[in-house]
Design a protein around this ligand. Structure first.
Ligand code: DGJ
Length: 737
């Protein structure tokens, strides 16, 4: 090539790069503290060029790409905004994998357009449309941001106008790319009564997946929540950390892939396991939300972001109030009749709780529900146990000044039931294979509209018959085995749609219930804590985190749940689960949420009854702070011999501090040092008073002392926890300065 020609070619190339660069589209998605910057490259592919602290000068986002080196081989495609399968420049896990109508399985998504607008709910929604370079196949990437909470919801909508069905083999909600070099992931595994056990993994290479395949009761073995510390381990008050969840009640998968450049690629969404989806033209498929917050000031700030956001925008009646209750499950199990129940109502009144909750065992006649082996599905009151029906019980409870609530498990059926006898096709099972039971039951096929009507009818029937019913506990005890839907078969819909259609069917029912009954309080329960996703919490006022109500276990469990949920959403009951812990310890722990009792109240000694009544009064006094204030985790029971947490109201005038001994050994280091409080006003003065004490107990705390907020937050306060004071509750009140 002649010299001149070479020069002009180089010049031409340089100019085109400059032009291409100047034509790049930059899309900053910004909250108060976090920015995700998307930018098209010279081929019009959309890349994630920044994920980090937000900038004041918006024009500078166009330049962030310059200071990272994404141009080395391979990395060029690792930071794709939605990684695809089927073109060769992609080396990381795909967020989407499809087979087009003509059998071709490639995808090359190019930037098409984007919009950004303020929504009525105060959020900002940015939607970026990508289109395949060859096929009329589109993916919308949605980013809904809640600026003041630093919360982002990400989901995709997939559609096409090809001439037939496109097979979606993978269809994630979200794809993220982080350049932080060092990642510590906390995920949670569990089992019945062992929910939410944290496991920390230092992610250094390859893929780490958090997933479930249980269908229903999805969180039984794996929680959908995670915490990812970036650039080293975060603490409660320091470090950069992402806390989040995939909000889907069915099978989910979150993949954390550390690439060769030590960057983190996250793909989250519905688990593609047995779920290839045949998408018709012009039928948008909306994926569930992947939701996260970022904190640059440690885990505490991150969880307050999520707690505030959930209360304001997700949880049913998150800004409202809750009903304290007495539940009969552990008091009677299935062994009750009308008289026994009525005799418990006076106990509820005497304790001073708002509601009596009748649990499992009240229904079915041909196959009475006297244990968990029969009757599930036959939602007619059992005439032997309750001859005067539910309306009688509601009336009797109300005579005692107590509201009435009831347990249901509407998605499930015992094989020994009239429901199963009459509607075998409503049950998820493989006809030619042996049935597999979990707690002697099977799952109804909620992809079937008739089953959806049936489930809606259970709730509707109870509320039409008992209009003052104030509460429902919605249980769900079995995962899905032998996944096969007779309904989908009859409609010629592939079986691989079953898991997705089940989850969508459930949500349809809940939407219908809430359209007709917007205000009844409902607890989401799942054989303990098998369900607590943000999507279902739109329909529920609270959830049951575990059947394990041992208060010591609960200190740890509530600690772990508290990263992701506000205390108003967590139902905590005082039970006889552990006989070795005091009533005080139990009530104190259960007070850090929505307080309930699952005991035979009328069997309490006079002293215990007097004490319990006083603590419920105390709870009534401070519950607004627990429900609507800010929570601070002060001393981690995993690293100390005790746990300490506090709640402060938004004005910083009142708070409550809870302290628990978690290690009973002689040399446990509990009262050696003061505990630094958080969230107070440094310029206010506070008096700290110990509450929830028996008449016979003297407090070791000097109630006359007054401390400045500055002192309490920098020097601290010593609640003097020891083997004789295993649980200490301190009321914090500002005094006139
Ligand atoms: C499982 C729940 O977690 C319990 O609280 C109780 O409601 C039982 N089911 C009833 O069968």
């Amino acid at each position: 090539m002649k010299k001149n020609k070479l020069l002009s070619t180089i010049l031409f190339l340089l100019i085109s790069v400059v032009i291409a660069k100047s034509q790049n589209v930059t899309i900053p998605i910004i909250t108060e503290n976090l920015a995700t910057v998307l930018q098209t490259d010279e081929n019009n592919r959309l890349k994630i060029v920044y994920f980090g602290k937000s900038l004041t000068n918006l024009t500078e986002y166009a330049r962030v790409e310059e200071v990272f080196n994404f141009d080395s081989e391979g990395a060029d495609s690792n930071n794709s905004a939605f990684s695809v399968a089927g073109i060769n420049n992609n080396f990381v896990e795909p967020a989407i994998a499809v087979v087009h109508v003509d059998g071709n399985n490639s995808l090359d998504l190019l930037y098409n357009s984007h919009t950004s607008s303020k929504m009525d709910d105060g959020s900002i929604l940015t939607t970026v449309t990508l289109k395949d370079a060859v096929y009329p196949f589109y993916v919308e990437l949605n980013y809904k941001v809640w600026s003041n909470h630093d919360v982002v919801e990400q989901w995709s909508v997939i559609r096409h106008i090809e001439n037939g069905e496109v097979l979606l083999n993978k269809y994630a909600s979200a794809n993220l790319y982080l350049n932080n070099k060092d990642y510590y992931l906390t995920s949670y595994n569990g089992a019945w009564a062992k929910e939410m056990r944290p496991v920390e993994t230092h992610l250094r290479q390859g893929m780490h997946t958090i997933e479930t395949r249980l269908g229903t009761r999805a969180n039984l073995l794996t929680s959908p929540n995670f915490m990812l510390s970036l650039d080293g381990k975060s603490t409660e008050t320091t470090g950069t950390v992402m806390l989040g969840q995939i909000a889907w009640n069915g099978n989910f998968a979150m993949q954390f892939e550390t690439d060769v450049f030590k960057n983190m690629h996250i793909v989250a969404g519905i688990n593609p396991y047995q779920s290839a989806y045949h998408l018709k033209p012009n039928t948008p498929f909306e994926t569930p939300r992947f939701i996260y917050t970022m904190s640059f000031e440690g885990n505490g700030k991150g969880s307050r972001n999520l707690q505030n956001w959930l209360r304001s925008h997700v949880l049913m009646d998150g800004q409202g109030s809750r009903l304290t209750l007495l539940n009969n499950w552990e008091a009677t199990y299935f062994d009750f009749d009308q008289d026994k129940l009525v005799s418990l109502f006076s106990g509820a009144r005497e304790l001073g709780v708002d509601l009596f909750l009748l649990d499992d065992g009240w229904f079915a006649n041909k196959y009475p529900r006297n244990d968990d082996s029969a009757g599930l599905g036959d939602w007619k009151v059992n005439k032997d146990k309750l001859p005067d029906g539910i309306p009688f019980l509601v009336r009797e409870a109300e005579k005692e000044g107590v509201k009435f609530g009831i347990w249901i498990e509407p998605e499930m059926v015992n094989p020994e039931s009239e429901l199963y006898e009459n509607n075998p096709d409503w049950v998820i099972k493989q006809d030619d294979r042996p049935e597999i039971y979990f707690r002697n039951q099977l799952v109804l096929d909620l992809s079937n509209p008739e089953v959806q009507d049936f489930v809606f009818g259970i709730v509707d029937g109870l509320l039409v018959e008992n209009p003052t019913l104030a509460f429902m506990k919605w249980d769900c005890n079995s995962p899905i085995f032998n996944a096969h839907s007779k309904y989908l078969e009859s409609q010629n819909i592939p079986q691989s749609h079953m898991y997705v259609e089940y989850s969508k069917g459930l949500e349809k029912v809940l939407k219908r219930i809430r359209a007709k009954y917007p205000s009844i309080h409902m607890m989401l329960c799942s054989g303990g804590g098998g369900r607590s996703d943000y999507n279902l919490l739109k329909y529920f006022t609270e959830f049951w985190m575990s059947d394990n109500t041992d208060p010591l276990e609960r200190v740890f469990m509530q600690w772990n749940y508290s990263y992701y949920y506000p205390s108003i959403a967590t139902a905590n009951h005082v039970t006889n689960w552990s006989i070795d812990k005091s009533l005080k310890f139990k009530i104190d722990v259960a007070s850090m949420g929505k307080l309930g009792f699952d005991i035979r109240a009328n069997e309490l000694s006079d002293t215990d009854m007097k004490f319990a009544k006083q603590t419920i009064k105390n709870y009534d006094d401070f519950k607004q702070i627990i429900w609507h204030g800010d929570m601070y985790r002060l001393l981690d029971p995993y690293q100390n011999d005790m746990a300490s947490l506090m709640y402060v109201n938004k004005d910083k005038t009142e708070g409550v501090m809870f302290n628990y001994l978690t290690n009973w050994r002689y040399l446990s280091e509990t009262s050696l040092r003061p505990i630094k409080l958080q969230g107070l006003d440094k310029d206010k003065n506070y008096r700290l008073t110990e509450i929830n004490l028996y008449d016979s107990q003297n407090s070791s705390i000097d109630h006359e002392r007054v401390y400045s907020g500055e002192f309490l937050m920098n020097v601290g306060f010593n609640p003097l926890v020891n083997n004789y004071r295993t649980s200490v509750v301190i009321k914090i009140a500002s005094i006139n300065n």
